[in-house]
Each structure stands twice: as structure tokens, then as C-alpha cells.
Design a protein around this ligand. Structure first.
Ligand code: HEC
Ligand code: HEC
Length: 453
């Protein structure tokens, strides 16, 4: 059924907004609201779900949609108490599109596409209560007790989510094996990536030797610190943090949890189509390597870069199941749509006999990157980051979690911790050898174009 024929589903929305007269104005999302029933019943084709998801991703929400929070104490602090933006701690935008726009920052002017990366002006500022902007403590920099995070692109995210779900399935099965054999040390290896070991003893799991993944053995590839298992899980938080849009799956139906006069701000069906859009974007590509790039690729492996930045991981399935509600430890529960990622637009290459090649240049594992890159929240994982996926790296400057590196060389030389040996190795290369590594990295490009519809 086409979306124009489904048309308006009755969703009660209250239109009295903190003294704003609503006459003559309407919510920006407007039109048909997408319910989970419509999505689950198969009323929308994959193409229609993508189109609707793109609409949710690009709509600049207004107060009638429920943008922003209500006044304190329900809402968050905002500038001039106008109830809308502060920029710090979220309430920083009207639409996802404000930050996810850059297809390539390697051309001048940059090229843009929905779902792209963002420059430093679009960094999220999460958690700070104090920023020493005038360096009153005289330590030479503006000390900051929160996070400063640069937006990555979403291209290829479907392949990443599929890999992570299959890895989670494997790790959960290994965990069950451990439970069956108390006292036995079980190696946690999936797709060739080693996540340490687990033992079941005295009626409990000993997870002290689990590495690079949370103790529940759910692979969470999204967020630079590896906090979100799926694009949907990320999107639910993004809606609240950036836009003050409350998903009904978090706050409940007909509940105005942020006290801004609007309930039912984002429906489960709307997050479902957003999930479909976010996981079916085009994937990054590699251009043909010349002799110098091939030699750089060899050096990249020899230095140990490829131990973390694993060039390619293979999926068993070609289809990504997207679920609602999601159960992190059981990715195959509650699947409402199954997306063939070998098809356009994502077009992952097929492996003969099933599965797909995901050329991500990462291991979906978290690593200690050393003191120089550490964040300053005081958390145990301040220095830990999920390996950056290097696909598309030629087009996605600035680099590192906060965008502090404007060149590839700076990004590499800021590696420390578990990557210290690789950094020292790179630093010790001759100039032509370094050039060759950079030439290789410059073959890793974002999609040539991204579908407009
Ligand atoms: C103010 C800028 C900003 C806005 C607006 C924004 N994002 Fe992001 N986005 C970011 C940043 C910064 C990150 C990296 C966050 C992290 O690593 O924890 C990110 C990461 C993501 C990721 C995870 C990507 C990955 O590979 O880890 C997804 C998915 C995403 N955003 C979706 C959305 C959606 C959907 C919206 C709208 C509801 C949105 N974003 C709005 C800045 C933004
Ligand atoms: C121990 C694992 C590990 C090794 C080894 C490693 N890296 Fe990384 N790399 C990471 C992590 C984690 C990040 C993200 C750090 C951050 O966001 O602050 C990263 C980020 C990068 C980036 C920036 C990408 C971006 O989009 O921001 C580049 C470029 C890079 N690595 C290249 C290399 C090269 C070249 C080598 C070998 C000399 C190497 N890495 C070795 C883990 C590693």
C-alpha cells in the first residue's frame, strides 16, 4: 500500500505550548504519522519505509512536534530560559540533518548528503557542568568535565549492525557453553576477533578476563565508546538528547514526560522507519589501489594497524533483521522487517554461498587508546574507544572522537595505549613509506553518491 493511500492515522496530540498560540501553525512532521502496526503489518514496502525514515531524519521539528523540553525542573537548562537551546547537554538542533551532512570533506567545496559526517561545529557536548573557558586554573587549556564528540557518517551502518548482531549471537552461545561447563575457561572468539575469556564458577560468571566488550557480551558498535547495539538504540537517545523529542517507547503512549505540552512526540513506527533508513544507506567504497597504495596496505598490516582496523569482516546472512521491541541479547527476537543488504542502496558484496563482505577496517572492539586521547568525565572507560572504522576515511576529516586531528598523520600520531607500538612503528617509517600508508588510506572513500530518495 502506498503511503499516500494510508494517510492520516489518528494520534492525539495536545497543542498548547508554553504560551505559544498554535492557530495557523502545524507540526513540521505533519502528514501521516507512522504507527508500529502499519510497519509490522507490512503496509509499507522497504522503499517506502526508507523514504519515511528519511523524512523523520530530515524534518526540522518545531515546538508543535514537541521539540525541546518544558520548563525546569522537568526540562533541561536552556539559554535565556527560552525553553529551547543551550547546545551543551543536548537541545542543540531541530533535525538530525543539522549534524549528519558531509559526504566528502576532501573536495572544496565539500559535498553533502543526508546521513553524512559533521564538522567540529556540530560536535555534541555531553555531560559537562564546568568548562574552564578562560583558563582560570592556568593549566594551559580549557579543562572540561564532559564529552566532546564529533559526528561520524552513517553510511554502511546496516552492515555494521548485521556483523554486531551475529557476533552477539556467537558470544551469547559461548556464554551458554561456559554455563554448561563450570570451571572451564571459554575463549570468546567470533569472526576471528578475540574478546578474551569467560568462566562460570560457583554459580556465577567470572567476566574479569572479558576484553573490549561489555560483560553481558553484547557487541555494541555504535557510539564512539561502543554503547549502542543497534542504530535504533542510538536513534532513541539522539531524539531525546539533541531534539528533546520523546519517543513513546521510552515515555509511554499519551505521556508528556518532558512537560512541553506535547505527547506522542515520536511513535515506535517512526523510529522503526528511521532504523530502516539508517541501516540501508549506501556503503563506503575503496577505489583502485596504485602500486604505492598497495605497498602502503602491506605496511599498514605489518605495523599492526590491521590488528584493530581489520580490513573486512564477513556476515553469515545477507539480511539484517530489524526488531521492535529490541532484546539486546537476542537480536532475532521481534523482527518486523528483514532487509537484504546486498541490494541497492547499500549493495554489500556477496560472499559465494551466503553472507556479505563488510570492508569496515575495524574489529567492533573497544581499546584503551592512552592518556593523550582520554576524555575527562572521570569514568573508568575515559581512555577507551571502539576502533574507528576507516572505510570512507579519505572523505571524513576531521578525525578522532572529538575531531581534534585535521590530518590523517595527526590522527595516527595521537594513538597510544594498546596502539602505542603501531604509532611508534608508523613514526619510524621513512617519508616514502609514510606517504604510501597515507596513499592507501586515501583509497578508502565514502559512497560516490547517496540516493536522494
Ligand atoms: C548536534 C549534532 C547531532 C545531531 C543533531 C544528531 N547527531 Fe547523530 N551523532 C552526533 C555525534 C556527535 C555522534 C557520535 C556520538 C557518539 O559517538 O557517542 C553521532 C552518532 C550518531 C549515530 C551512530 C553512528 C556510529 O557509527 O556510531 C547515529 C545512528 C546517529 N548519530 C543518528 C542520529 C539521528 C537519528 C539523529 C536525529 C534524531 C541525530 N543523529 C542527530 C551528532 C549529532
Ligand atoms: C589497538 C587498536 C588500534 C591500532 C593498533 C591502531 N588503531 Fe587506529 N584507531 C583505533 C581507535 C580506537 C581509534 C579511534 C580513536 C578516537 O576516536 O579517539 C582509531 C582511529 C584511527 C584513525 C582516525 C579515524 C577517524 O575516522 O577518526 C586513523 C586514521 C587510524 N586510526 C589509523 C591507524 C593506523 C595507520 C594505525 C597503524 C599505524 C592504527 N590506526 C593502529 C584503534 C587502533
Amino acid at each position: 500500500m502506498s503511503i499516500s493511500r494510508i494517510f492520516v492515522v489518528f494520534v492525539p496530540v495536545i497543542f498548547q505550548i508554553a504560551g505559544v498560540a498554535a492557530a495557523g501553525e502545524s507540526p513540521a512532521l505533519g502528514g501521516a504519522r507512522i504507527t508500529q502496526a502499519m510497519v509490522a503489518d507490512g503496509d509499507l514496502s522497504t522503499a517506502e519505509m526508507r523514504r519515511e525514515g528519511r523524512r523523520v531524519f530530515t524534518t526540522p521539528f518545531n515546538v508543535l512536534d514537541g521539540l525541546g523540553d518544558g520548563p525546569l525542573p522537568t526540562g533541561r537548562p536552556t539559554l535565556q530560559a527560552n525553553g529551547m537551546f543551550l547546545r551543551v547537554n543536548g537541545l542543540d538542533s531541530q533535525t538530525c540533518l543539522e549534524c549528519h551532512t558531509i559526504l566528502s570533506s576532501a573536495t572544496i567545496p565539500a559535498r553533502f548528503a543526508v546521513g553524512g559526517a559533521g564538522g567540529v561545529s556540530t560536535n555534541a557536548m555531553a555531560g559537562p557542568t564546568e568548562i574552564d573557558v578562560d583558563d582560570s586554573d592556568d593549566n594551559g587549556f580549557a579543562a572540561f568535565n564532559g564529552r566532546f564528540i564529533n559526528p561520524p557518517f552513517l553510511f554502511g551502518a546496516g552492515g555494521v549492525e548485521l556483523l554486531a548482531k551475529e557476533m552477539t549471537d556467537d558470544l551469547q552461545a559461548l556464554r551458554a557453553d561456559a554455563e554448561q561447563g563450570p570451571g572451564q575457561v571459554v575463549s570468546l572468539i567470533t569472526k576471528g576477533i578475540d574478546f578474551g575469556t569467560i568462566v562460570f564458577e560457583d554459580g556465577d560468571f567470572d567476566t574479569s578476563a572479558v576484553e573490549g566488550v561489555a560483560a553481558d557480551l553484547v557487541v555494541r558498535p555504535f557510539g564512539r565508546k561502543g554503547e549502542f547495539a543497534t542504530v535504533r538504540a542510538f536513534d532513541v537517545g539522539a531524539m531525546q538528547f539533541h531534539l528533546g523529542m520523546q519517543p513513546t517507547e521510552v515515555v509511554g503512549d499519551d505521556v508528556d514526560e518532558d512537560g512541553d505540552g506535547v505527547a506522542n512526540e515520536i511513535l515506535a513506527g517512526e523510529l522503526s522507519v528511521l532504523h530502516v533508513f539508517g541501516t540501508t544507506l549506501e556503503r563506503p567504497r575503496q577505489i583502485r589501489m596504485n602500486a604505492e597504495a598497495r605497498s602502503g596496505a602491506t605496511t599498514f598490516a605489518a605495523l599492526g594497524c590491521a590488528d584493530c582496523h581489520v580490513p573486512e569482516l564477513l556476515t553469515r546472512s545477507r539480511r539484517l533483521g530489524v526488531s521492535f521491541p529490541e532484546i539486546e541479547t537476542d537480536p532475532s527476537a521481534n523482527v518486523f522487517a528483514s532487509l537484504d543488504l546486498s541490494h541497492a542502496p547499500s549493495k554489500f558484496r556477496r560472499v559465494p554461498g551466503g553472507g556479505l563482505r563488510v570492508p569496515l577496517f575495524a574489529d567492533l572492539k573497544r581499546h584503551d587508546m592512552g592518556a593523550a586521547l582520554a576524555e575527562s568525565t572521570g569514568g573508568a572507560l575515559d581512555a577507551h574507544f571502539t576502533t574507528a572504522r576507516l572505510w570512507g576515511v579519505a572523505d571524513s576529516a576531521p578525525y578522532l572522537h572529538d575531531g581534534r586531528a585535521t590530518t590523517l598523520t595527526e590522527a595516527i600520531l595521537l594513538h597510544g595505549g594498546e596502539a602505542e607500538a603501531a604509532r611508534v612503528g608508523f613514526d619510524g617509517l621513512s617519508e616514502p613509506e609514510k606517504d604510501a600508508v597515507l596513499e592507501f588510506l586515501r583509497t578508502l572513500r565514502t559512497p560516490r553518491t547517496v540516493r536522494g530518495r
